[in-house]
Write a protein that binds this ligand. Structure first.
Ligand SMILES: C[S@@+](CC[C@H](N)C(=O)[O-])C[C@H]1O[C@@H](n2cnc3c(N)ncnc32)[C@H](O)[C@@H]1O
Length: 214
């Protein structure tokens, strides 16, 4: 894991220097705050790994400099990983990082969440992208498809977000983890209701299928 972290940081500081993909450029800090923080909730959660073992497909939205997308793809070479990132510059940079790290199970795409129909059973992750309620409202799932979402959050979630009246999704988990050198990490999971989620009529025909990216 240390070797993976060092190789990742070397690319960020070398070939991609100047892109500002992460502000954390110290080796130890990068290891804890980016690599361990991406992987530890996955490894220690009672739900996350078990769910991925079932579906074998994870979609990380808003991966920025590649987190948690790239460490998870490195950790689980037998599963498929897709990333959606709204900024092209970041998506292209992370595609290059994956190439340099020889990861062939991950596709970092330039794509906004709200333009996609999640037409495959999968896990979706969000780390530091936005508020739970807002993001769930932009996650479009058709009837009969099951999407499990995990939000990487901080300990102040209750003070910062309103989790009441979230429609079409039910909360399935709420776990806390100690990540060295960071504030406590909270991982909260949701699953869509079987009838699917509300998709505004005008949007339906313009959505692209997540399965097109596999
Ligand atoms: C603060 S960064 C977090 C990056 C990474 N997940 C991490 O934890 O280091 C949030 C990222 O989400 C992306 N983003 C925000 N809204 C998005 C959307 N609706 N669809 C795709 N990407 C989005 C932004 O472009 C930005 O790169």
């Amino acid at each position: 894991m240390r070797d993976f972290s060092n190789a990742y940081l070397e690319i960020l500081k070398g070939e991609l220097a100047g892109l500002n993909l992460t502000r954390i450029l110290d080796g130890e800090e990068f290891y804890n705050k980016q690599i361990v923080d991406s992987l530890l909730p996955y490894e220690q959660s009672k739900f996350f790994k078990a769910k991925l073992d079932k579906v074998g497909l994870l979609v990380d939205v808003g991966f920025g400099g590649g987190f948690p997308l790239v460490p998870l793809a490195w950790k689980e070479p037998k599963y498929s990983f897709v990333g959606f990132e709204g900024k092209r510059k970041k998506a292209d940079a992370v595609a290059l990082i994956c190439e340099r790290l020889n990861l062939d199970n991950v596709r970092p795409m330039h794509q906004r969440l709200e333009d996609v129909l999640m037409d495959r059973d999968c896990i979706v992750t969000f780390k530091a992208v936005g508020k739970i309620k807002d993001l769930l409202a932009k996650l479009f799932v058709p009837r009969g498809t099951k999407v499990t979402v995990f939000f990487y959050k901080g300990p102040g979630l209750d003070q910062l977000e309103d989790l009441s009246r979230i429609s079409d999704w039910k909360q399935i988990s709420d776990e806390f983890f100690d990540v060295p050198g960071t504030e406590k990490r909270r991982l909260m999971g949701f699953e869509n209701v079987p009838r699917g989620t509300y998709i505004p009529e005008g949007l339906k025909k313009n959505l692209v299928n997540a399965s097109d990216f596999l």
